[in-house]
Design a protein around this ligand. Structure first.
Ligand SMILES: [Zn+2]
Length: 132
């Protein structure tokens, strides 16, 4: 059964076959979160087709970070009833550090899915699963 686009994005799978992993290690290996496979292990798609392919992912990551900072600022303001300025830093800076690996990976995944011009090819996934 083919994987949905949402499921493939959630599990950080290749945009072409939706089966191969984009990253070498799982997110739980925090010290190696940024190591990206050069090619898809299933369909051999080259993820970084030219140098700087992932520079654009920084814009996606920027959007994630700004969104989180604004949300945490509003939450801190509302819950803390406009607390001292230090409370905003105490809440927001650790959240940014903790979210960095997550934002790094999903910004690359979203960049590959929505801006890299790679189309889903279900027959590649079928071949990998041996159903064809
Ligand atoms: Zn693939």
């Amino acid at each position: 059964m083919p994987r949905t686009k949402f499921s493939a994005i959630l599990h950080e799978k290749c945009p072409r076959c939706r089966e191969g992993n984009i990253f070498t290690y799982p997110l739980s290996k925090v010290s190696r979160f940024s190591i990206t496979n050069e090619n898809c292990p299933v369909c051999n798609l080259r993820y970084e087709k030219e140098p700087g392919t992932f520079y654009g992912a920084m814009y996606v990551s920027y959007g994630f970070n700004v969104g989180m900072v604004v949300a945490l600022f509003i939450a801190t303001f509302t819950i803390g009833n406009d607390p001292h300025l230090m409370w905003y830093f105490i809440v927001i800076i650790p959240a940014l550090i903790l979210a960095a690996p997550f934002f790094f990976r999903y910004s690359r995944v979203l960049w590959l899915y929505f801006f890299s011009d790679v189309k889903y090819n279900p027959s590649l996934a079928d071949k990998a699963q041996g159903t064809v």
